[in-house]
Design a protein around this ligand. Sequence first.
Ligand SMILES: Nc1ncnc2c1ncn2[C@@H]1O[C@H](COP(=O)(O)OP(=O)(O)OP(=O)(O)O)[C@@H](O)[C@H]1O
Ligand SMILES: [Mg+2]
Length: 234
Amino acid sequence: MLTLRNVNAGYGDFQALFDVSLDVNAGEAVAVIGPNGAGKSTLMRVISGMIPATAGHIEMEGRSVLDAPAHDIVGMGIAHVPENRRLFPRMTVEDNLRMGCFMPQFRARYEERKDFVYELFPRMLERRNQMAGTLSGGEQQMCAIGRALMSDPKILLMDEPSAGLAPVIVQQVFDLIERIRAEGLTVLIVEQNVKQVLRIVDRAYVLESGTLRLEGTADELLQSAEIQKAFMGM
Ligand SMILES: Nc1ncnc2c1ncn2[C@@H]1O[C@H](COP(=O)(O)OP(=O)(O)OP(=O)(O)O)[C@@H](O)[C@H]1O
Ligand SMILES: [Mg+2]
């Protein structure tokens, strides 16, 4: 579904990604793990068109994503839940959801998509008139995921959805992700909670200093002594 081949990207003179190639198949959940500063968020940003690639190819269902403006990329079925959620804190939950489908091609389906999100996350229906900035951390994550789902994506890019949340809430966020998968969505997720994320994905890639070092099935990586030592404190 999503293919990256030899992608480079960075910020000005600084190169953050080197020759990154990866695949996500339809229906799969794939994780990207790696230390702070490895380039994980940069990888998500280059896929969703927030920053350009300086080399390589990115294709979504056979169509080139590079050179397409970010809103066309959303139209191709790619939705990004950015690091730190980036909600509009002084807007209500419902207005935040509305921002997820402000483009003309999505606007006609606003009611239908909103119903879908409220059905998936009844808590958001309950809180629909509350300012997003006053939601709890877990609720904010729900709202951010809900907003991304408004454009009816095929693949959801999630950047550290559990960051900054208490352990019990982290588990709730992972439960949300499982529910999203059950809806048939394809997921590419960045996570620091390596052990937990490897329990809900099919495969994972390890990114270090902008380079993919390792890939494998979730089970292989869970068993790997190297991964246990580097990311699970074992
Ligand atoms: N807007 C920016 N301008 C310049 N450099 C940046 C920018 N954003 C990120 N970088 C640099 O690019 C590198 C990769 O950053 P990135 O945010 O992708 O890492 P990450 O793997 O997501 O880290 P973390 O786990 O801390 O979120 C880092 O060295 C970072 O300082
Ligand atoms: Mg990051």
